[in-house]
Design a protein around this ligand. Structure first.
Ligand code: NAD
Ligand code: SSN
Length: 499
């Protein structure tokens, strides 16, 4: 992972930026306080200090947001696709112009190093550009029925008002990955951002309004009471789509709630990615890939390599090279020029990571690097490498969500496939080998929605992102992403030559 050294950020710059963030709820084109008047605090995970207090939406505000989205749906769907695409293009340009603001805001509220945050701005903005182009390509078809006696007209229509629920770890990209295709498809929406990192979505919503999005199309309801505020919306017949990104545990609950109205859902859930290194791999390339797959977002990514499955003949050399690179990673507040690894999102996450590491060590694993929280303010954890992790250890079956790399070994290709597939998750896998046929065999046999072949990061707005098994339903990005916000209508037409 290459993080460019950056000048430290001044307290004055931070204050100026925070003062530009809307602190209300966005409902029907207006920023307003919560009906209850309540607010909640957003914390800096590097210091534990409060960055900003913002409106705390309740059920009454959620209902008002859905009222606004439902009222705007018919007129918004009539806006020409090209006009919807041009709003997205303007949003892309505005986000790009304010890239430094978005990057710093994400670093402040989520903790990632500023260079990483800049990378996320590029990644998140690309969904706006991609779907500004896709907006005019929701093609249908007209055909003659096989018996020639009728005509078949197939068209794509916006699914309707959507509820979008996003996680805290990629505050911009997880929002644009939903909002952009919904706008392109002609849907209105209610966004429930993550209470741990709501500020980026607040600023992004302001940019969408500046780009020309009509009132009521995008409504934003940050809240500290997610279930109570969004639960009634999921049961409301006017809602036509739920798009959720978050843990598999919460996804299961929402799928159950959505079943009552047979609500269309997209689910982007948890991961437990295997990172498989074969004996013929270029080890330096594999270590470089491992650094990206493990440390991107400090390991707080659904796509993070969670299990390193290395051929027994190269495991020692791989671990030594990997540890040497990880040891160069400086933990510091993301605004510090030398920061390579920022804090984890909160004390609960840090303690969960340490619990998994301690359990692994107690089960016989060895911490060849790190292995403990960083003393001092904030929720930092040492970049850690564990060797000798035996099959069945908790850390190999639970999502770590931190800068910890457990290494286990295999002997045969069959062993590698069995170990890699031994999880209820199926989001992404990584394979390093010089043997193309082996790489293709792994693609065919690994139970995963995505595969990195000799690559440690593969996320791309032009590609379909998503998993199988308990990593989710549906795809975001690529040609598939807009389909999640469209439905297919078929019109059967009598033979135009009859009668
Ligand atoms: N597959 C993907 O694309 C993807 C991307 C990012 C994160 N994730 C996953 O998300 C998890 C980390 O994010 P997180 O901690 O924010 O997940 P989370 O499931 O705790 O929360 C996700 C969102 O759901 C909200 N939420 C929680 N309980 C809810 C309820 N009962 N009703 C409605 N909303 C509720 C939260 O406030 C947040 O906005 C990890 O498991 C990670 O793998 C997956
Ligand atoms: O955390 C999961 C999302 C990461 C990505 O889109 O690459």
């Amino acid at each position: 992972m290459t993080v460019t050294a950056l000048p430290a950020v001044t307290a004055e710059r931070e204050s100026e930026l925070l003062a530009s963030v809307p602190t209300g709820l966005l409902i029907n084109g207006e920023w307003r306080p919560a009906a209850s008047g309540k607010t909640f605090d957003v914390e800096d995970p590097a210091t534990g200090k409060v960055l900003l207090s913002i409106a705390d939406a309740g059920p009454e505000d959620g209902a008002a947001a859905l009222d606004a989205a439902a009222a705007a749906q018919e007129s918004w769907a009539k806006v020409p696709p090209r006009e919807r695409g041009e709003i997205l293009r303007r949003a892309f340009e505005l986000v790009t112009e304010r890239a430094e603001d978005f990057a710093l805001l994400m670093t402040l509220e989520m903790g990632k190093p500023l260079a990483e945050a800049r990378g996320e701005v590029t990644y998140g903005a690309e969904f706006l550009r991609w779907f500004s182009e896709e907006a005019v390509r929701a093609f249908g078809r007209y055909s003659v029925s096989p018996d020639g006696k009728s005509r078949l007209l197939v068209t794509k229509k916006p699914v309707g008002p959507c509820l979008l629920i996003t996680p805290w770890n990629f505050p911009l990209a997880m929002a644009t990955r939903k909002i952009a295709p919904a706008v392109a498809a002609g849907c209105t929406m209610v966004l429930k951002s993550a209470n741990l990192t709501p500020l980026t979505s607040q600023l992004f919503a302001a940019v969408m309004m500046e780009a020309g999005l009509p009132a009521g199309v995008l409504n934003v309801i940050p809240t500290s009471t997610a279930g109570a505020t969004t639960g009634p919306l999921i049961k409301d017949a006017r809602l036509r789509k739920l798009s959720f990104t978050g843990s598999t545990e919460v996804g299961r609950r929402l799928l159950s709630d959505a079943s009552e109205t047979v609500l269309r859902t997209s689910m982007e859930l948890g991961g437990n990615a295997p990172f498989v290194v074969f004996e013929d791999a270029d080890l330096d390339a594999a270590v470089a890939g491992a650094m990206l797959a493990k440390l991107r977002n400090m390991g707080e990514a659904c796509t993070a390599a969670n299990r390193f499955i290395v051929h027994e003949s190269v495991a020692a050399e791989f671990a030594e090279k990997f540890a040497a690179k990880m040891a160069e990673m400086t933990t510091a507040r993301g605004t510090e020029a030398q920061s390579k690894v920022g804090p984890l999102i909160d004390a609960k996450s840090r303690d969960k990571v340490h619990e998994l590491v301690s359990d692994a060590v107690a089960s016989g694993a060895r911490a060849v690097l790190g292995g403990a929280p960083v003393d001092g303010p904030g929720y930092f954890y040492q970049p850690t490498i564990l060797t000798g992790v035996s099959e069945g250890t908790r850390i190999l079956s639970e999502e770590i969500f931190g800068p910890v790399a457990p290494i286990t070994t295999f002997g045969t290709e069959e062993d590698a496939i069995r170990l890699a597939n031994n999880t209820e998750y199926g989001l992404v896998a990584y394979v390093f080998t010089k043997d193309l046929n082996r790489g293709l065999r792994m693609g065919e046999r690994l139970e995963t929605g995505m595969l990195g072949l000799n690559a440690g990061v593969i996320s791309n707005a032009a590609a379909p992102f998503g998993g199988i098994k308990q990593s989710g339903l549906g795809r975001e990005g690529g040609l598939e992403g807009i389909e999640e916000y469209l439905y297919t209508q078929y019109i059967g037409i009598a033979d135009p030559y009859a009668g």
